[in-house]
Design a protein around this ligand. Structure first.
Ligand SMILES: NC(=O)c1ccc[n+]([C@@H]2O[C@H](COP(=O)([O-])OP(=O)(O)OC[C@H]3O[C@@H](n4cnc5c(N)ncnc54)[C@H](O)[C@@H]3O)[C@@H](O)[C@H]2O)c1
Length: 259
């Protein structure tokens, strides 16, 4: 199995894409620390993995807080004796027009989506450097980070920041054989997009479900994305098949965005 004997942390692993990534990394042989603000959700995913004969533990983390992130990393090292893979998946988003975007909205998205990526990557990279066997960091960007949207200013900016941070971290960590890459999903069928659909519906005066249907119709591959679609790309970037790939952001969006 491609990730046999690897230890992976997946933040936001209790729901949606993070759940899909946790299940996939475990199926590929990794031991998975499912880390989430919602401990019950993390424990449920860890139990699903155990039911499938995989190895996993649920851990509570708030990626916005450095002491909480350090506790997650320490618990992982204590239990599994190292870390090989970090997936910075925890993220939040809100659909808000330009003029209505408040400081609190901005902080909410940048604290989780950007500061969280920084804190988790710093804490895990220190362990990886000490271990001396390299590692893989995969960040969840978004097609929203590829271009602006009139109703999505702060979220788009936070995901563009993730793409930029991926490049800087890849350069900072290359000498330690730590590869840092990102994936940019499109419209993924998760609880996150249920909420996004409701917020677009209100702003665009549409029925609930209509924004999702409308946006999905323009996807070249003709269907909404599933967490498993993202998980396959993340598993590849977390594996030795991606040893010579770093600083990249891979679009995994059904062809929605060209570059
Ligand atoms: N769903 C999409 O269409 C889509 C598209 C592109 C990118 N993304 C990105 O993919 C990632 C996962 O999205 P999803 O759709 O699975 O969302 P989701 O809402 O289903 O899951 C997000 C998880 O992150 C956890 N979380 C939130 N704040 C946290 C914090 N401070 N500390 C730790 N955990 C926290 C939540 O508890 C939840 O379990 C996010 O980064 C999101 O921005 C999603």
């Amino acid at each position: 199995m491609r990730l046999q004997d690897k230890v992976a942390i997946v933040t936001g692993g209790g729901s949606g894409i993070g759940r899909g990534i946790s299940l996939r990394l475990a199926a590929d042989g990794a031991t998975v620390v499912v880390a989430d603000l919602d401990l019950d959700a993390a424990d449920r995913v860890a139990a699903e993995i155990a039911d499938l004969s995989g190895r996993a533990t649920g851990v509570q983390v708030d990626v916005r807080k450095q002491d909480s992130v350090q506790a997650m990393v320490d618990a992982t090292v204590d239990t599994y004796d190292g870390i090989d893979i970090l997936v910075n998946n925890a993220g939040v988003g809100k659909i808000i027009p330009f003029f209505e975007t408040t400081e609190a909205d901005w902080d909410f998205m940048f604290d989780v989506n950007c500061k969280g990526v920084l804190f988790c990557s710093q804490a895990v990279a220190k362990v990886m450097i000490e271990q001396g066997r390299g590692g893989k960091i995969v960040n969840l960007a978004s097609q929203a980070g590829r271009r602006g949207e009139a109703l999505v200013l702060a979220y788009c900016a936070s995901k563009a920041c993730v793409i930029s941070m991926t490049q800087s971290m890849a350069l900072a960590l290359a000498e330690h054989k730590i590869n840092v890459n990102a994936v940019a999903p499109g419209i993924v069928d998760t609880p996150f997009w249920e909420e996004v659909d409701r917020q677009f519906a209100t702003l665009l005066n549409m029925e609930i479900g209509e924004p999702k249907r409308t946006f999905t119709q323009s996807i070249p591959l003709g269907r909404i994305e599933q967490p498993e679609d993202v998980a396959g790309a993340v598993a590849f970037l977390a594996s030795s098949d991606a040893d010579y790939i770093t600083q990249q952001c891979l679009n995994v969006d059904g062809g929605n965005w060209p570059s």
